[in-house]
Write a protein that binds this ligand. Structure first.
Ligand code: ADP
Length: 478
């Protein structure tokens, strides 16, 4: 039996702002429990809904030093779907109504979390063979592990993995301040360690000190070795290429199942799509759009940022809205995008619905009730939304980058194969061309559309398969 501790800043169902939470909350369920004891550790944010917090069981508390402060660390535990979750408690850092705040606060918050997480292990009596870190918030863990903890007998031989869910976010802050906060000695702040371009960089520390580095798709693992996608760390990624690999995410197919999903009004399956038509009508009705079966509904569920290609969408939206289509958007993010979409919804009330909010239930209703899912990302480490939409028979139109390239097979009109539509050249022109191709198949080739839906809904996006690559990785390490 091998012990693994997966540490992250968010995990479903407790707290979620993006795909990281889906991965941290669902992957651990899928390991063979006779071979791996995989547990998860996240902060005990006060914004975790009370229905979960009230069930958490107090385990222990102690104090650690951080900068000039001595800080309380509480540890709570909750078993959820057969997985043990630990929660690090400290309301000074994890209070407030959202998990992240300003970067300078987060820099100290996650230094605390990293040190507290490692310090808690002997107290909990859980010695992981592998600590699996995720994104910059946990980047200091491999560093601390090497620098101070590995001298203790308990920690000797513990391996670490750093998984990059998005290289754009690195946890960069003033070097002097980070030295002060972390208490790490000067020699850790050189350009081959934590320093990058005169600042301190948490993710870089994790990448340098982890035993293995992974990212969430094979294509992205290659892309980040190039200056275009490398976010200034492409040199480091090339230097670490001998320990770097890409493992495509899965999705929680138990929860995300059109036959049982409790968030959608009508259920359906690949053999009987009649429920999907009803979900479409229900979505149109809920959002105040004309209830019409024949009109193609294009959905988007996303953070509204440049990464997701929204400048292309906003630039082309007038153009797209000249077609007989309906567009449903759910997302929050940059205010420019929020305002633009709200404006279009106002200008085209019969065709466009902009929902500037975070709503998990509406997200599922969009995956289920739309015909097409638009996701023209400028870069995409993996992307989960396109897999979710395919699982619900909603065909994605995507750019061929990162995980989108690895998970969406473009339609081949000769063989009828494919699970969606994609374009290689990142431009508004090609996005519209590809969307029009999808609309043409939808409107004029019903049999081909059905076949594509069948292909998409039966493709294996489950963690049952995706987790096997992590099993291999864990086995190689211990
Ligand atoms: P990223 O992690 O880059 O934001 P992913 O596609 O990997 O993108 O994952 C996004 C996840 O967040 C999906 O589960 C998606 O459904 C969800 N999501 C994004 N925006 C919203 C929103 N406004 N309301 C509900 N869920 C959302």
């Amino acid at each position: 039996m091998k012990n693994v501790l997966l540490i992250a800043s968010e995990a479903v169902p407790f707290i979620k702002t993006g795909g990281l939470a889906d991965v941290a909350g669902s992957l651990p369920k899928y390991f063979d429990k006779t071979k791996f004891d995989v547990r998860v550790m996240i902060p005990k944010y006060t914004c975790i809904p009370w229905e979960y917090r009230e069930k958490m069981v107090y385990k222990t508390h102690f104090y650690i030093d951080l900068a000039w402060r001595t800080q309380y660390v509480g540890v709570f535990e909750l078993e959820w779907n057969g997985v043990t979750f630990y929660f690090i408690d400290n309301e000074f850092y994890f209070g407030g109504n959202k998990p992240y705040s300003w970067i300078h606060e987060d820099i100290e918050k996650f230094a605390f979390f990293s040190k507290a997480a490692l310090s808690a292990l002997p107290v909990l009596g859980f010695r992981p063979d592998i600590i699996h870190c995720n994104d910059w918030q946990t980047g200091l863990i491999p560093v601390y592990l090497k620098e101070r903890f590995s001298q203790g007998e308990f920690y000797q031989g513990i391996k670490s993995i750093m998984t990059i869910h998005n290289l754009k976010f690195q946890g960069i802050w003033d070097l002097k301040k980070v030295k002060d906060i972390t208490g790490l000695p000067d020699e850790y702040f050189t350009s081959d360690k934590l320093e990058a371009y005169d600042d301190a960089n948490y993710l870089k520390g994790g990448i340098v000190y982890a035993d293995r580095v992974t990212t969430v798709s094979e294509t992205y693992a290659e892309e980040i070795k190039t200056p275009f996608y490398g976010e200034n760390l492409d040199g480091l990624m090339r230097a670490r290429s001998n320990v770097l690999s890409g493992i495509v995410n899965g999705i929680d197919t138990d929860l995300l199942d059109p036959e049982t999903d409790t968030h959608i009004p009508y259920h359906f399956s690949v053999d009987d799509l009649s429920g999907k038509a009803k979900d479409k009508a229900a979505l149109q009705e809920r959002l105040g759009l004309p209830v019409r079966e024949d009109v193609p509904v294009i959905g988007m569920v996303s953070r509204l940022t440049d990464q997701k290609g929204f400048d292309l969408v906003v630039n082309e939206l007038h153009n797209i809205l000249q077609h007989d289509v309906q567009i449903v958007l759910l997302g929050t993010g940059y205010s420019d995008y929020e305002n633009s979409f709200s404006w279009f919804a106002h200008a085209y009330p019969e065709k466009m619905s902009a929902n500037i909010t975070f709503n998990l239930e509406l997200a599922q209703q969009i995956y289920a009730g739309c015909d097409i899912f638009l996701m023209p990302s400028a870069f995409e480490p993996c992307g989960l939304s396109q897999m979710m939409s395919m699982r619900y028979g909603t065909l994605p139109v995507v750019s061929e980058v990162g995980g989108l390239r690895d998970t969406v097979e473009p339609y081949n009109p000769v063989t009828g194969s494919g699970t969606g539509f994609s374009f290689g050249n990142f431009s508004g022109y090609w996005m519209v061309q590809t969307l029009e191709k999808a609309l043409d198949v939808y409107e004029n080739h019903a049999e081909a559309w059905k076949q594509l839906q069948h292909n998409a809904m039966t493709r294996d996006f489950s963690w049952d398969t995706a987790s096997l690559a992590y099993v291999d990785l864990y086995k190689q390490l211990v």
